[in-house]
Ligand binder design. Structure first.
Ligand code: FES
Length: 98
């Protein structure tokens, strides 16, 4: 019924989610990339280890904490994708720098 005009389609960028290439619309968040990759969760809680996935997509719930380009505890929903970005799952509490 509705069709997107070819010139209206957003450009896409390639990011790596858990080592797998995923094409994401330019300007989308890293959390959107995780959801597009089909991961069931992005992190486990520090205490119980229960799985979490992006939920609010607006920086409120912190269920999207991930390792982005080697930096832990990034709110994936608040970070726009860039070409070649590496997004990885975060397990438990983040490490503390010495
Ligand atoms: S999804 Fe809720 S803070 Fe990112």
């Amino acid at each position: 019924m509705f069709r997107t005009r070819p010139e209206a389609r957003p450009a896409t960028v390639e990011v790596m989610v858990e080592g797998r290439p995923v094409w994401v619309p330019e300007g989308a968040s890293a959390a959107a990339a995780v959801l597009l990759a089909g991961l069931p969760s992005i992190r486990e809680t520090a205490i119980s280890g229960s799985p979490r996935a992006p939920y609010c997509m607006m920086g409120v719930c912190f269920d999207c904490l991930a390792v982005i380009d080697g930096v832990t505890n990034r709110q994936a929903c608040m970070v726009a994708v860039t070409p070649g970005m590496r997004i990885e799952r975060q397990g438990g509490a983040r490490g503390v720098a010495p």
